[in-house]
Ligand binder design. Sequence first.
Ligand code: FES
Length: 196
Amino acid sequence: MSALSEHVLEEIRELPAKYPQPRSAVMPALDLAQEEVGYLTPDAMSEVAAALKLDPGYVEGVATFYTLFHLQPVGKHRFYVCTNLSCMLRGANDIVEHVKGAIGVHEPGELSKDGLFSYEEVECLGACEYAPVMRLDHRYEKDLTANKVDALIAQRRSPATPSAVEPRHPPPLVKRAATTSPQSGEVKRKRTKKSV
Ligand code: FES
């Protein structure tokens, strides 16, 4: 059975025509696959490679290079909290600690017990004037406070809450530690912070 729906595979097949270099389609394609499955399984990555007519090793190299791609199950709602300079000076570290306590996890990528939440610390999201900032469900949440974080979590725990998906912002580009680029194949999966 296919990991990705025919609808998503069709979208992925159409991506290369939108880029001067067809290989550039790999990141949006992986984003679509992750959106559908929740994280990038080996089968999902193989299907992306086949749909783009790319070497599976290259696709896996890209997926393992960037922390925005998840190779293990992550929360349905993921907090990407900016801890770069402007946000840090305006309390980002306190926001991170508050998120961790509120969803009951201890480290980045850890899944909350209810399976709904996880968090990551990321590089500058380009919205420094609204620091501290995070991205949650494709939205930027600005001028964060502990109360605002609590409200966002409560909204997502309520089944009556419509999912907040617009406007969609691109995923934050944070990297895993790597000894080589994804283009050269061999990469190291250990996660660090990060550069855009
Ligand atoms: S430093 Fe956080 S958005 Fe720029």
